[in-house]
Design a protein around this ligand. Structure first.
Ligand code: F6R
Ligand code: MG
Ligand code: MG
Length: 389
């Protein structure tokens, strides 16, 4: 969809947990203020076209527009500076886990791999360009797999896939394997069974981009950072962000939001080690208090006009989501009653960076051979795709 002289707009959502008030539940307003000041200065200098700073739970969210494209070193440097200055304030205030997500001091042009989560897309603005920025806390990037599938591949969610000729050809999903650092592209609807075989494992295979099939136009992008893999030890879940374009040739705002009407189970919650429902909330309820959760997602709607962010509309702050929330809270009670038992607690492969291996190590000499038949323990495959070998 090239349009001659027009310049593309880039939307960059970059987030980090740089410390929280009273545990890991909410960002302190002073850290939002200092990050806002850093971005305001960048807007005055012309580096940013516009910005909006907010938080969801303990994650500080920088929503920025500019003309520099994705993975731009100046934009990433700016986000890094905002997080650094906010961390300074977090430390002065003695906030909890100050600087948690800034894993390295070695910034060299890109925040990817250093801790912050990043979702960026670049496009020629349509005359009206409505987007939704999704921000979740106490869960992982794969939490968006199910809603992305519903939005762009499920006609029971998105009526437009059937009845709007512009959506009828379907979408392409880029699925990223976070363990192997490789990706595969699936076409929907024709390859949905193959795709579901992978993205049903959301801890590993993550839908990180969706494009419209007919013209390759970007439709959605999801952050794919996995802190535990970056740091080599558990340092918190990755609390993903996503940007979705909507309307006239993309799913409608209501179709995109509809994918969150079912509070599906996601990994994260307390100590990043539990399954719980993803509860859609408005910003005023974006604080993780019950068992450090339950995991929540906020949706902010903007119109992008010449790079300006018009809005936001706090889309889940509406009575239409009350029953979803009520169900999520019922599921919260139900799951909590399992205490330390799976499937509330995550499976052993996801508990790698907790005390579980240490407990096994500690008691290993207390096991006695009984002479009974041995069964091979279930193996965690590092290469799912070569399971025929
Ligand atoms: C989950 C999260 C929290 C902490 C928990 C323990 O992503 O951030 O649930 O894991 O509050 O925190 P520490 O170990 O810092 O006391
Ligand atoms: Mg935290
Ligand atoms: Mg968080």
């Amino acid at each position: 969809m090239s349009s001659g002289e027009k310049i593309k707009t880039t939307v960059s959502v970059i987030k980090a947990d740089i410390g929280s008030l009273a545990g890991h539940h909410v960002v302190h307003p002073d850290t939002i203020a200092v990050a806002s000041r850093v971005l305001a200065e960048a807007k005055m200098k012309g580096l940013l076209t516009d910005y909006y700073v907010t938080n969801v739970g303990d994650d500080l969210q920088l929503i920025m527009t500019h003309k520099r494209g994705v993975d731009d070193s100046e934009i990433h440097g700016l986000a890094w500076q905002a997080f650094k200055e906010a961390t300074k304030v977090a430390k002065e205030l003695g906030l909890y886990a100050a600087g948690q997500d800034l894993l390295s001091d070695a910034f060299s042009g890109n925040v990817r791999g250093l801790g912050p989560g990043v979702a960026e897309m670049e496009f020629y603005e349509r005359p009206a360009e409505p987007i939704i920025v999704f921000m979740a806390d106490k869960t992982e990037p794969g939490a968006f797999n199910l809603p992305m599938y519903r939005i762009f591949a499920d006609p029971f969610n998105t009526a437009g896939l059937v009845i709007d000729p512009r959506l009828h050809d379907g979408f392409k999903f880029e699925v990223f394997d976070v363990y192997e650092g490789r990706e595969v592209v699936f076409k929907a609807p024709e390859e949905i069974y193959d795709m579901l075989a992978l993205i049903g494992t959301p801890g590993r295979f993550i839908v990180r981009r969706v494009r419209r099939k007919i013209d390759d136009e970007i439709a959605a992008v999801v952050s794919v950072e996995r802190l535990s893999l970056i740091a080599g030890q558990y340092v918190g879940k990755d609390d993903p962000v996503a940007v979705v374009r909507t309307q006239s040739g993309f799913p409608a705002v209501g179709e995109v939001l509809e994918a969150f009407a079912h509070p599906h189970l996601v990994a994260g919650w307390m100590r990043g080690s539990h399954h719980g429902p993803l509860m859609p909330v408005g910003l005023r309820h974006a604080k993780m208090t019950r068992f450090d959760g339950p995991p929540r997602v906020v949706a902010l709607g903007f119109n992008v006009k010449n790079g300006r962010l018009i809005g936001p509309a706090d889309l889940f702050d509406d009575v239409a989501w009350d029953e979803t929330r009520r169900l999520a809270l019922m599921i919260t009670d139900y799951m909590r009653r399992h205490g330390p038992f799976m499937p509330h607690r995550l499976g052993p492969d996801e508990m790698e960076y907790t005390t579980l291996p240490q407990v096994l190590e500690k008691i290993k000499n207390r096991f006695v051979e009984t002479g009974e038949r041995k069964a091979a323990p279930p193996k965690v495959k590092t290469d799912l795709l070569s399971h025929h070998d």
